[in-house]
Design a protein around this ligand. Structure first.
Ligand code: G3P
Ligand code: MG
Length: 381
């Protein structure tokens, strides 16, 4: 049975002919490599569109707003997409603007957003609804001595830095600029400055820039003094230690920056060996929360695509096509859906995976995305 029943046919077809499966596509190393289309990617998406088979793009990438990213991908892969068709590493952070309740809402809190080119990520955060966003570049330009080695990049920071919403008050720093949460939206471009600013905040008194808590991080205090002082919560959007970029070998990703920061934290405070974990939230593939967010988006899109069809059949299978066993395969294999869908993983050879026995066993291995989609369409017949 070919699924070639197109969307119009679906509108009138009985719900029994609506596919009970969908796809989730990783981007880097599957659809694109160094922003260039991977052979077969455009045809695969065009086929699924034509056959009315839902899919979502699920990437640990980011650094620009979803609308901007899908516009680029639509153009490169000649497929019409909108912002609801993509989940980026930081997409779930939008839910923290209002939070689950008033007290946890970050909308009006002062948040530091690190990573990405210029202040693209600040602008993404503002488009999500964060109203008071500071970047490490702003803090550097307000006081370049905070990190002596970034002065070579001053011209770069000048192009986007903004005055701080509140000055750092050296006389009584507890009255000065206070950061309530720290986000790493995308790969930091200046690891040194970003790591220094984040460490300062983690060891500060309550997130006040320029202060040093007598308690936080002190392994000689009861409970190691950890978090005796409140401190800004640290959020990472992407665990990828490596990713597939233009260079033939995988490149360090945001997970590399986090590991470096964890190393500095451990050296500074004694770290986990002294019971002082770096408290943080890491989202992105393979985390359950990111897959839940993606599935919610996929189900909303599917309901929208098949609007008007009564008793839409449940989504039973989702085929995750990825190039990174650590994020795409592990994530799909371990995801437990609350909606009854079973996720199967298709590992492709066009990205991070170098061949051989992968660290996490996929449902199947395919040379590229097109072969992977063909396998899935055969399997779902
Ligand atoms: O920064 C992007 C990289 O971490 C991987 O992106 O699309 O392969 O999940 P993706
Ligand atoms: Mg990838």
């Amino acid at each position: 049975l070919s699924w070639n029943i197109g969307r119009r046919a679906i509108q009138t077809a009985s719900s029994s002919r609506i596919p009970n499966f969908a796809f989730a596509f990783d981007i880097d190393g599957v659809l694109l490599r160094a922003s260039k289309p991977i052979p077969g990617a455009a045809d695969s998406l065009a086929l699924l569109k034509k056959q009315g088979i839902p899919f979502i793009l699920l990437t640990n990438g980011g650094g620009k707003h979803e609308t901007e990213r899908v516009a680029e991908i639509s153009e490169k892969l000649n497929v019409s997409l909108d912002a609801s068709d993509i989940v980026q590493s930081h997409s779930p952070f939008a839910e923290l603007v209002k939070g689950p309740d008033e007290t946890s809402a970050l909308e009006h809190k002062c948040v530091l957003v690190a990573g990405g080119d210029g202040d693209n990520c600040r602008r993404v955060a503002e488009q999500y609804g964060f109203k008071n966003v500071v970047t490490p570049g702003d803090i550097f330009m307000a006081n370049p001595s905070i990190w002596p080695f970034s002065k070579n990049f001053s011209e770069y920071y000048k192009t986007f830095a903004r005055p701080l919403p509140k000055p750092v008050d050296p006389t009584d720093p507890t009255k000065g600029l206070k950061i309530d949460a720290v986000f790493v939206f995308n790969d930091p471009r200046d690891w040194g400055l970003d790591a220094q600013v984040i460490m300062d905040l983690l060891l500060s008194r309550g997130g006040h820039v320029g202060t040093l808590s007598e308690k936080n991080g002190r392994s000689d205090l009861p409970n190691h003094g950890y978090q005796q002082d409140s401190q800004p919560h640290l959020y990472f959007s992407n665990p990828d230690l490596y990713w597939a970029a233009a260079y033939p070998l995988p490149r360090l990703g945001q997970g590399g920056f986090r590991e470096a920061l964890e190393g500095v934290w451990a050296a500074t405070t004694g770290g986990p060996s002294k019971g002082i974990e770096l408290k943080k939230t890491v989202i992105g593939k393979p985390c359950q929360g990111t897959y839940e967010f993606a599935e919610r988006q996929l189900l909303r899109n599917r309901a929208k695509n098949f609007k008007g069809v009564s008793d839409l059949p449940p989504l039973e299978h989702v085929y995750m096509v990825g190039d990174n066993p650590e994020s795409d395969i592990l994530g799909a294999n371990s995801y437990r859906s609350g909606n009854g869908s079973k996720w199967q993983s298709i590992l492709v050879r066009t990205g991070v995976y170098p061949g051989g026995e992968p660290a996490w066993t996929p449902t199947t291995i395919a040379d590229d995305v097109q072969k992977g989609v063909q396998w899935a369409l055969q399997t779902s017949k």
